[in-house]
Design a protein around this ligand. Structure first.
Ligand code: 13P
Length: 260
């Protein structure tokens, strides 16, 4: 069975190393050595080394929020997968909607980053999701399909099994609007169906597909209990240790009860 992955995407927060380290330490202490649910923190690049030190001895993974597809060279401002591994990263978020929509990142670019992340032995978290306009125009499946097929092009079944996906409806990100469990499960089932068609049933059954978009301690349990939702990619609520720990606890409860 798939182990839930609860990841905190801190985005461009907090604004000091001291606050970042305190947040990581609070989460580390609250989680202890529990491994029934996988947990990862994705702080801004500049804090990665310090957070890696803070997390020493803890099962919490460390992720970056982006990376470049080249390994090294004259690419001002970019950071490679090898560099992320060197500072202790285990995960990397790719194709977040704030990069796709805010910064014009394309699925073809996400694909190049994904290939490089796999090469660097990072666990990629590839994000997909529709805007409000696209949902209203009943384009959700078409948009998600384009993002999946473009971003995951050329992967072997084994590489796909090791790649995490995150379904994040853009209209639910940072808005307090969460997809209902029915809305989220429907898209997750669509994604799982596409994975089965493309990579085979056995591979599809192994891929962790997170939900993201205004996940909070009070809605986490009902979302995480859905059969095709295998974790959460959490923004705002990951910036407060007690809230993030509340989401992890919901994941632990769902796991203890056994997923359908
Ligand atoms: P919020 O949890 O703040 O809605 O952000 C979700 C997100 O974008 C995680 O990557």
């Amino acid at each position: 069975m798939r182990t839930l992955l609860i990841a905190g995407n801190w985005k461009m927060n907090p604004i000091s190393t001291e606050t970042a380290v305190a947040l990581a330490e609070g989460i580390k202490t609250g989680l202890g050595t529990a491994t029934d649910v996988h947990v990862a923190l994705c702080p801004p690049f500049v804090y990665l080394s310090r957070i890696d030190q803070a997390l020493e001895g803890s099962p919490v993974g460390l992720g970056a929020q982006d990376m470049f597809w080249e390994a090294a060279g004259a690419f001002t401002g970019e950071i490679s997968g090898a560099m992320l591994v060197d500072v202790g990263c285990t995960h990397v978020i790719l194709g977040h909607s704030e990069r796709r929509h805010g910064l014009g990142e394309t699925s073809a670019e996400v694909n190049k980053k994904l290939v490089a992340a796999i090469e660097a032995k990072l666990i990629p978290i590839v994000c997909v999701g529709e805007t409000k306009e696209e949902r209203l125009a009943e384009q959700t499946e078409a948009v998600v399909l384009e993002q999946l097929s473009g971003s995951l092009a050329g992967l072997s079944a084994e590489q796909m099994a090791g790649t995490v996906l995150a379904y994040e409806p853009v209209w639910a990100i940072g808005t307090g609007l969460t997809a209902t469990r029915e809305q989220a499960q429907a898209v997750h089932a669509f994604i799982r169906g596409w994975l089965a068609q493309t990579f085979g049933e056995a591979t599809a059954a192994r891929v962790v597909v997170q939900y993201g978009g205004s996940v909070k301690p009070d809605n986490a349990q009902e979302l995480l209990a859905c059969p095709d939702i295998d974790g959460a990619l959490v923004g705002g609520a990951s910036l407060k240790a007690s809230d993030f720990l509340g989401i992890i606890k919901a994941g632990q409860e769902v796991t203890a009860l056994g997923k359908p």
